[in-house]
Design a protein around this ligand. Structure first.
Ligand SMILES: [Zn+2]
Length: 381
């Protein structure tokens, strides 16, 4: 058995904050919310309680050498020899794949999001069980469904798709952490100046009780969480290029169609893209304060919180549990060898060099053809 990883300073600080929250009467053991399946209306057990009893394995960070070893094992030639599947589409399929218009996820219904992953707030006791819980079996079956229904993604290996889905789902849940951190900051400030404390737990109870039901996109936090995950994917594709860029772009397009199949709040994520998330987050801060919207809150939402920089614990250190039997977790690792690095920055063990070369040549051919057409037109004049 390897020793548990050293606790980070963020985790230690958070433990102090949790103690203060408890002493201030701001914590709870459960969120007394009536959880219902969004489709059937059936009562579902409170996931904050059920996750505590399920088998789970914490997802750990890898060392640089370990990641290099994974990449070597997954590289094309070696992978074939070892029988590792999961390479992305072959270049032969690629043109077809890229030229096709991405169709919508016509009949796909994502499992209720609580069934794929769940964020357990750090306001809940027992304190050491806060974090993100990912139900690996549901995630895998969701990825299979997506691949089956979305034509663009049919030629993409299930392993590639699972990497994208994991990144997407983690970022949705990470947004809930950002929202909780924003609320906690307000609790701390209010207490420091002796003002009435806008309690996070009360905010969550108010959401569950339908207090904000007059908002057109209630529950707003879910719409913003979906939009946050979408923007996270966009950021990755600006950093990396080529195949991944094309793939992420297509995944995003499909995602916006997918949202429409989801429950209230979730399905309104498209209203919070490309800048519109700022007033959305300003509105969320107002709900947490249980006050009317104030225009200056948008300034805070844009530059202070809830933004990725305002997380109390950074992404790689958020306790993230892969929920499932040892066999399910093992199957999951066979497809996603480094989950922590995948959900944080889309670590990518696939050998995409042949595809990148193909894409580059294709791009050049098209540019050359465009130039030739322009020259011919100028000549005719
Ligand atoms: Zn959510």
């Amino acid at each position: 058995m390897s020793p548990p990883p050293a606790e980070s300073s963020e985790e230690r600080n958070l433990a102090h904050t949790q103690n203060w929250l408890r002493l201030s009467g701001l914590t709870a053991t459960t969120l007394p919310i009536d959880f219902r399946d969004i489709r059937t209306g059936e009562h579902v057990p409170d996931p904050a309680q059920t996750v505590l009893t399920l088998p789970a394995e914490r997802s750990e960070k890898h060392k640089k050498e370990q990641l290099e070893a994974i990449e070597a094992r997954w590289s094309d030639a070696k992978a074939q020899a070892d029988g590792v599947t999961g390479q992305p589409a072959s270049t032969a399929d690629l043109d077809d794949l890229l030229d096709r218009n991405p169709k919508l996820f016509a009949d796909l219904r994502r499992l209720p999001v609580n069934a794929v992953a769940f964020y357990r707030p750090f306001h809940l006791e027992p304190f050491d069980r806060w974090g993100i819980y990912i139900y690996v079996e549901h995630l895998m079956s969701y990825a299979t469904q997506v691949r089956f229904v979305a034509p663009f993604l049919a030629g993409v290996s299930k392993e590639v798709l699972l990497h994208l889905v994991l990144f997407d789902v983690f970022h949705h849940e990470f947004y809930h952490h950002l929202a909780e951190c924003a609320a906690t900051t307000m609790e701390i400030f209010a207490d420091a100046i002796g003002a009435p404390i806008p309690s996070y737990v009360n905010y969550r109870i108010a959401v569950g009780a339908g207090k904000f039901a007059d908002h057109a996109h209630n529950p707003l936090e879910e719409a913003l969480a979906n939009a946050y995950a979408y923007h996270g994917l966009g950021f990755i594709s600006r950093v990396k290029t080529g195949y991944l860029d094309a793939l992420v772009g297509s995944y995003q397009k499909n995602l916006t169609a997918q949202w429409l199949q989801e429950g209230p709040g979730y399905r309104h994520a498209a209203s919070y893209l490309s800048g519109a998330q700022i007033p959305g987050n300003g509105q969320l801060l107002a709900m947490m304060l249980q006050r009317k919207r104030h225009p200056a809150l948008d300034q805070v939402a844009q530059s202070v919180m809830p933004s990725g920089y305002a997380a109390f614990v950074p992404k790689p250190d958020i306790p993230t549990y892969l929920v499932g039997t040892p066999k399910q977790v093992q199957d999951f690792h066979a497809m996603v060898p480094a989950p922590n690095e995948t959900y944080c920055h889309l670590f990518w063990p696939f050998d995409t060099k042949p595809i990148e070369v193909h894409l580059k040549n294709r791009h050049k051919e098209r540019e050359d053809a465009k130039k030739a057409a322009k020259a011919a037109k100028a000549h005719r004049r």
